[in-house]
Design a protein around this ligand. Structure first.
Ligand SMILES: C[S@@+](CC[C@H](N)C(=O)[O-])C[C@H]1O[C@@H](n2cnc3c(N)ncnc32)[C@H](O)[C@@H]1O
Length: 180
């Protein structure tokens, strides 16, 4: 991954060109959660925006530099440095979001462990939301859905964008699953 500052520069450029860089926050806010786990939070783009909208968030990432940038931008948010495949915060959330391709950045083969750990941090009825590219050789949707099913997470919607465009088999999917 690039350093936290370099990663943020890309988002600043997009924002300066007039693009909405908060599609994920818009999407998540629509469910009106009280609490959100931003899993693989990077420099905090999503969590910081959600907190500004009045939603309590915890951000978790294993990249020290990315978290240092997040912490500089929003020192009052709880940023946790840990690996998604083995963390335990001892609490649960209404929604967990893995934005920005986190599912294809985790170590190949560890996806089941990551899903299990994140699922463990959801209330019953909570939502597990992930958006990731399907054309990069990372986990395929069929495999993802099978893992979600094994963990007791039921399909709650699939879109091709964070703006909720319908999913018609394209190269990117936003998937929501509910913990039963
Ligand atoms: C492309 S960035 C996305 C950052 C942020 N979610 C966003 O959308 O702006 C992917 C992030 O996933 C994190 N990541 C990858 N594998 C991880 C793991 N096993 N545990 C925690 N974080 C992980 C990386 O460190 C990186 O910050």
């Amino acid at each position: 991954m690039p350093s936290g500052c370099t990663y943020d520069e890309r988002w600043h450029e997009l924002a300066n060109s007039g693009q909405n860089i908060h599609g994920e926050a818009d999407f998540i806010s629509g469910f009106k959660p009280a609490s959100v786990l931003d899993a693989g939070c990077g420099t905090g783009r999503v969590a910081i925006e959600l907190v500004q909208r009045g939603i309590e968030c915890v951000g978790i990432d294993l990249d020290h530099q990315m978290l240092a940038t997040a912490s500089r931008k929003a020192p009052t948010i709880n940023w946790v440095e840990a690996d998604l495949k083995e963390f335990n915060l001892g609490r649960t959330f209404d929604v967990a979001v893995l934005a920005g391709n986190v599912m294809i950045f985790v170590l190949p083969g560890s996806e089941g462990l990551v899903i299990d750990r994140v699922n463990n941090h959801l209330h019953a009825g909570g939502l597990f939301v992930a958006g990731f590219s399907l054309d990069t050789g990372g986990i395929a949707l069929g495999e993802y859905d099978a893992l979600m099913n094994q963990m007791g997470l039921s399909p709650a919607g699939r879109w091709s964008t964070w703006q909720r465009d319908p999913f018609t088999g394209g190269p990117y999917a936003v998937s929501a699953h509910r913990k039963t």
